[in-house]
Design a protein around this ligand. Structure first.
Ligand SMILES: [Zn+2]
Ligand SMILES: [Zn+2]
Length: 305
């Protein structure tokens, strides 16, 4: 086996093992509290991981042509051979990741894949490797192509992205508290809990990978509040226990909406505008959900406020 493949295999095995240990602890805790532990979430995450590994064997990834094109037209050739270059690569990769992740929430075409990562109704370490099967088919590599265009080798960009995702493993926990000064600069379990929450106040927040500085810079940082406990999952919770349905239900609903579109403009809008958009402007977008809460609050009798 190639060295990189060997390392990837061992790291993945370690991650799965740790997530299963966590699941056993959480299941024991749930049993003591007289609750049932949602083991189906564990199996669906494992099915996602296995399916993605199988998909990787097929030559369907758009990353290869996108990166090849960017590499052919690069303006420099950059060697990552000093601490300064590593730092610049890290910041550049984080910047690209921020916009990739923000687009994954705000453009329905990308959301159809990313919704799978947000589908668990519990936040556990297994969520970290439920990333959706269809990501490579949607051309998200385009968000990282600027680094290749600037002259960073495609394999270095992909390795940097792997480290970013590896860092994010420990963020998918409910049992690590806020971490003081660390919260100002780095993405933490607390910040990522907000990202995975479906509470109206927490939607579309904390898109960073390793850092939260771009969220703070671009106004998408939201702090976890003690008076607003996170409710995990999608605003319309996923009910299926079937991994195939889990992987494709957002594509099916997108296809249905496009098929029902009255004109080309509406069809394109379904693809390119945020999840929940509808031609009458009344769909469940984040903005509409927030407006509804504000209107309900304004209409409520004063004694109820
Ligand atoms: Zn997300
Ligand atoms: Zn996550």
């Amino acid at each position: 086996m190639h060295n990189f493949a060997k390392i990837a295999f061992f790291v993945t095995s370690f991650i799965v093992a740790v997530s299963l240990v966590e699941a056993c602890f959480l299941a024991r805790k749930a049993r003591k509290e007289g609750k049932a532990y949602p083991w189906h979430e564990v199996w669906m995450s494992l099915a996602d991981l296995a399916g993605r590994k199988l998909f990787a064997l097929l030559p369907l990834s758009l990353a290869t042509p996108i990166f090849s094109f960017a590499w052919e037209h690069r303006i420099f050739t950059v060697e990552i051979n000093s601490a300064l270059m590593v730092l610049l690569l890290f910041i550049g990769q984080e910047f690209c990741y921020y916009w990739y992740h923000r687009a994954s929430h705000r453009i329905r075409f990308f959301w159809a894949t990313h919704a799978v990562h947000h589908s668990p109704n519990e936040l556990t370490l297994g969520t970290a490797y439920r990333l959706g099967w269809t990501g490579k088919l949607t051309g998200t590599a385009v968000f990282f192509a600027p680094l290749v265009w600037l002259g960073v080798r495609p394999e270095v960009v992909l390795a940097a992205l792997s480290f970013n995702l590896l860092y994010q493993f420990w963020l998918h926990t409910t049992w690590i508290p806020k971490l003081g000064w660390f919260e100002y600069v780095f993405n933490t379990p607390s910040a990522h809990r907000v990202h995975h929450a479906s509470n109206i106040d927490y939607l579309d927040a904390n898109f960073g990978g390793v850092l939260v500085i771009f969220d703070r810079l671009f106004g998408t940082y939201v702090e976890e509040r003690a008076d607003e406990p996170c409710v995990y999952g999608l605003t319309t919770p996923t009910t299926t226990h079937n991994p195939i349905v889990n992987q494709f239900e957002h594509w099916v609903s997108l296809a249905r909406d496009i098929a029902s579109a009255r004109n080309l403009w509406a069809a394109i809008s379904y693809l390119a505008l945020p999840p929940g958009w509808s031609p009458d402007g009344k769909g469940d977008t984040t903005e509409n959900l927030r407006r509804q809460v504000q209107e309900a609050h304004a209409a409520a009798p004063v004694t109820n406020r």
